[in-house]
Design a protein around this ligand. Sequence first.
Ligand code: PGA
Length: 260
Amino acid sequence: MREFIVAANWKLHKTPDEAVHFLRDFIPALSGHWPDWARTVLIFPPTLLCHTVAEHLRPAASHEAWVLWGGQNCYAENEGAFTGENSPRVLKVLGAHSVLVGHSERRVLFHETDELLACKIKAAQDAGLAPMLCVGEQLEARQSGKAWELLRRQLKFGLQKADFNKPLYLAYEPVWAIGTGLVATPAQAQEAHAFIRSQIAELATSAVAERLPILYGGSVKPDNAQGLADQAEIDGFLVGGASLDPRSFLQIATVLKKSC
Ligand code: PGA
């Protein structure tokens, strides 16, 4: 059985006070719903809020839901003359579990290449983090029938230095569905996830592909999360807009996953 993961990508939103308010609402509410089935809830705050989030998650009592956090980005080196960058090692020291790598906003707005992302995945794994590589096609690629080719390339080059024996996650985020309100249908998402898993079987082994969690991201909302979670190949969500409000994120974080 694969781990089911529901992750909040806060992007560049929230002040320290707003982050604390969110956690004060969300953690007790999640604890009230805390199910017996296996589930990981993760929060990716903006870098300047990592410390605040880490401090507020640490003292959670044992009866409370276990919520982990991660960075939204890191560099491929732990230290050096890299003004403005984040060290994977320092994220780990602060208590991070994961780090996003290759979100489409990093690829498009900050021109991050698959080669750089491959180095970031390696640095994150070396630092003891579980990187989450994000892949996904633009609308033109889907419309022109090039989506699979693009995903194949992103996986092949982005994972070229990955250690498949260490913790690793993937997120399928079709760019046309991010922040647009256009969600992939459960059947479209299921098909893409199955394709990604088949590629992992080629790049690594079928055993690796079988245990690797693949999250779906792109306009996930409380009213579409269950239909997506019902798909066998969907192992969780990476949620942007709907993760900013503790009530809507709670509804998504507590959807039922039949196999769990
Ligand atoms: P969205 O963002 O849920 O607002 O579409 C998802 C993401 O970018 O990770």
